[in-house]
Design a protein around this ligand. Structure first.
Ligand code: ADP
Ligand code: ADP
Length: 227
C-alpha cells in the first residue's frame, strides 16, 4: 500500500477526549480518497497529522515506503513531500500565475523551473495565463492554479481541505470534475476532506465516512451511505 496509516491516537492538549483513538487507513497509489464527516469529526486533525502540523501520540504513518511517523521517529514536515491545497486557494495575490507556480520549486535551477511551470500550465489548460495576477482570474481558474502550484514540486501525496466550500454550486460541480480529471492524468495519490456528501462521492475512487474519529463506512462512492 502506498499510504499506510496505522492505529493513530491523538488528543489535543487542552481537551478531555481523544479525537482519534485507533485510526487506520491504507491507500493505493494513484487512488483518490475522500474522508467524509460532519464538522468536528476529526477530518482536519487527520490531515494535520499527515502533513506534520501535529504529532500523533502513537501509531505509525508511511508514505511511499518512507516512515513519516512511528513512536519516537517524526519526519519533519518539509521532508514529507506532502502537498496541500486549502479552501481559499491561498495564491499569493502580488505574484503572477507563473511566479505562484514557481514558488515551491526552490531546489530547481532556472531552466528546470521554467520547464516545470510550462508543463503545469499545460496540464491545467492555462498556457496563456502565466502573466495574469490571481485577481484577474475566475474562481475556477484560481483553483486550477492552486492545484498546479501544489503539483509542481511532484509531491507523493496531495491533500485537500474542503477545497470547494467557497465556490457557488454550479462552479463546484464543474471544478470537482476538472480536478478529478487532472489528478487522474497525473496519477497522483490524493486525499480530500469534506462534510459534503455530493462532493465526496463525485470526486473519489473510495469514500471513507467517519464519525467522532471512527470509520463507519468505507467503499466505492455508490456503496457508501446508500447512494
Ligand atoms: P473536522 O475537521 O472534521 O471539522 P477537527 O479535526 O477540526 O474536525 O476537530 C476534531 C475535534 O477536535 C473537534 O471536537 C474539535 O473541536 C477538536 N479540536 C480541533 N482542533 C483543536 C485544538 N486546536 N484544540 C482542541 N481541540 C481541537
Ligand atoms: P473550519 O472548519 O470552520 O475551518 P476548524 O474547525 O477547522 O474551522 O477550526 C479552525 C481552527 O480552530 C483550527 O486551527 C482548529 O485547530 C482550531 N480549533 C477547532 N476546534 C477547536 C477547539 N475546540 N479548541 C481549540 N481550537 C480549536
Amino acid at each position: 500500500m502506498f499510504v499506510q496509516i496505522k492505529n493513530l491516537q491523538y488528543q489535543y492538549k487542552n481537551s478531555t477526549e481523544p479525537v482519534l483513538k485507533d485510526f487506520s487507513l491504507s491507500i493505493e497509489q494513484g487512488e483518490i480518497i475522500t474522508i467524509l464527516g460532519e464538522s468536528g469529526s476529526g477530518k482536519s486533525t487527520i490531515l494535520r497529522l499527515l502533513s506534520g502540523l501535529e504529532t500523533p501520540k502513537s501509531g505509525s504513518i508511511t508514505i511511499n515506503n518512507h516512515l513519516i511517523f512511528s513512536g519516537h521517529h517524526v519526519m519533519p514536515p518539509e521532508k514529507r513531500n506532502v502537498g496541500m491545497v486549502f479552501q481559499d486557494y491561498a495564491l499569493f495575490p502580488h505574484m503572477t500565475v507563473e511566479k505562484n507556480i514557481k514558488y515551491g520549486l526552490k531546489k530547481m535551477n532556472r531552466r528546470e523551473k521554467q520547464k516545470r511551470m510550462e508543463e503545469m500550465l499545460e496540464l491545467i489548460n492555462m498556457t496563456n495565463y502565466k502573466n495574469r495576477y490571481p485577481y484577474e482570474l475566475s474562481g475556477g481558474q484560481q483553483q486550477r492554479v492552486a492545484l498546479a502550484r501544489a503539483l509542481a514540486p511532484a509531491p507523493s501525496l496531495l491533500i485537500f481541505d474542503e477545497p470547494f466550500s467557497n465556490l457557488d454550486a454550479n462552479l463546484q460541480i464543474k471544478i470537482r470534475d476538472e480536478l478529478r480529471g487532472i489528478l487522474k492524468k497525473t496519477g497522483i495519490t490524493s486525499i480530500f476532506v469534506t462534510h459534503d456528501q455530493a462532493d465526496a462521492q463525485a470526486i473519489a475512487d473510495r469514500v471513507v465516512f467517519i464519525e467522532k474519529g471512527v470509520i463507519k463506512q468505507v467503499g466505492k462512492p455508490e456503496e457508501v451511505l446508500g447512494c
